[in-house]
Design a protein around this ligand. Structure first.
Ligand code: PA5
Length: 421
């Protein structure tokens, strides 16, 4: 289970301030648990059962199994909420395969695309174009190139058997699939991209890669149950949301999510999109930034400790080592000045680095710790639900709509004009 702690030697909040704000937020917690009527078309994620229940998972696993039989390279074409959650899990858990998931449609870089095409050489390929709106340039252009690639390689008929699209029923993408004979998986109509982690959009690529999606859903459902029943004073999502809000009002303009596991880098991207698009509007919101430690202690660490005091920090702490989390450094054959490391395990050294960093940072800025027992499918499910619900609460505290992203249209209109659309 997840636990949330505060370590703050600066005493940014006065005594009783958090407890009072939590008590004041009881009606908000109740409203978010029930779901606001005006967001009914965006709250399909609120009950894990709706899009990640047993029946849906069985269908996803059967489809994944048929894809695994056909392909050892599964290309997921998608951007933002259409790829971040699956990418986060695959990067964090590194499933054994044998089918590898590769990513397209998240960049306009020709170099990246050429590299992907090289990686596909000699492999059996299957593609999934994920796009709720199918207007976004990155997945649209990538799908065009990969469709043609498959047709050239396999011929029209076999190419069609190797293409799946995940989109909105009735959309242009749906019509294209009917015309061309491609398989079609409905994108949940009542969830926006960045909230779809616990739906077929992401569970399918995870299952194709060999992730235990039952465990992921079990973790999310357990977190849902916890957040639905924990009273406001103990509710960890409400606590996290209220702390963010109080720190924001104190003048902290950014939250840094930090961890000492580089394999959480994909998760950082998911978290960053969730909070940036949900909160960053009407001149409000905390800038979500991330710290990939220990490497970035040698760059951002200086700024965090002594630079402009604009951020507070949330550490993601993995408490127990997994199967591959141990490596003893051992002795040495030469005098290298690192004698104090002899016999120590990297796990232990990494934890010492974490404890020291948190102790140093909490002298100058508020530090939260979100601790999880292990980094596995169950806990990834917990994290997804925890942050989605906390983000909903947090946006409501700010008074912004958590489920739209009108700001991204401004650059798109200019870009479409420049490209002659
Ligand atoms: O959260 C959202 O809804 C968005 O950020 C989308 O995920 C993103 O714009 C990609 O959308 P689409 O897959 O429809 O192209």
């Amino acid at each position: 289970m997840l636990q949330l702690f505060v370590k703050d030697e600066t005493n940014a909040l006065s005594a009783g301030q958090l407890e009072k704000a939590l008590a004041d937020a009881v009606p908000l917690l109740d409203a978010c648990r029930a779901g606001h009527a005006q967001y009914a078309d965006s709250l399909g994620w609120l009950r894990v059962e709706e899009w990640a229940g047993e029946q849906k998972r069985a269908e996803i696993k059967a489809l994944a199994q048929s894809i695994r039989r056909k392909a050892d390279a599964f290309v997921l074409i998608g951007v933002g909420g259409s790829n971040n959650a699956a990418r986060a899990v695959l990067r964090a858990l590194d499933p054994a395969g044998p089918t590898q998931v590769l990513w397209a449609g998240n960049t306009l870089s020709a170099w990246e695309f050429n590299r992907l095409l090289e990686q596909l050489e000699g492999r059996q390929v299957y593609i999934d174009c994920v796009a709720k709106n199918f207007e976004t340039l990155e997945p649209g252009s990538a799908f065009r190139v990969l469709r043609q690639y498959l047709k050239k390689r396999y011929g029209e008929e076999e190419a069609a058997r190797r293409i799946l699209c995940t989109g909105t029923p009735g959309s242009q993408l749906d019509a294209l699939c009917s015309r061309e004979g491609y398989a079609f998986l409905p994108f949940p109509p009542n969830i926006g991209g960045r909230f779809t982690a616990l739906s077929g959009v992401h569970l399918l690529p995870m299952a194709v890669a060999g992730v235990d999606i039952d465990e992921l859903a079990r973790g999310a459902a357990a977190m849902e149950q916890q957040l639905r029943t924990q009273p406001a004073g103990e509710n960890i999502a409400l606590r996290y949301a209220v702390l963010r809000w109080l720190y924001g009002r104190k003048g902290y303009k950014a939250e840094m999510l930090s961890a000492f596991e580089p394999r959480l880098a994909g998760f950082f991207q998911w978290w960053q999109q969730l909070f940036a698009e949900s909160e960053g509007k009407q001149g409000k919101g905390l800038l979500p930034v991330t710290g990939e430690y220990s490497e970035q202690l040698h760059s951002l660490g200086q700024f965090v400790q002594e630079g402009t005091p604009l951020l507070f920090e949330t550490f993601l702490d993995v408490k127990e080592p997994g199967a591959k989390d141990s490596l003893v450094i051992g002795g040495t054959d030469v005098a290298d000045g690192f004698g104090y490391l002899g016999g120590k395990d990297f796990w232990q050294v990494n934890r010492a680095s974490f404890e020291a960093t948190r102790a140093a940072h909490s002298q100058v800025l508020p530090c939260l710790t979100l601790a999880m027992d292990r980094l596995d499918a169950f806990h990834m499910g917990q994290l997804f639900y925890f942050f989605a619900f906390a983000c909903y609460l947090s946006a409501e505290l700010l008074g912004v709509n958590p489920f739209d992203q009108p700001g991204v249209e401004a650059y798109k209109q200019r870009m479409f004009r420049a490209l002659g659309r």
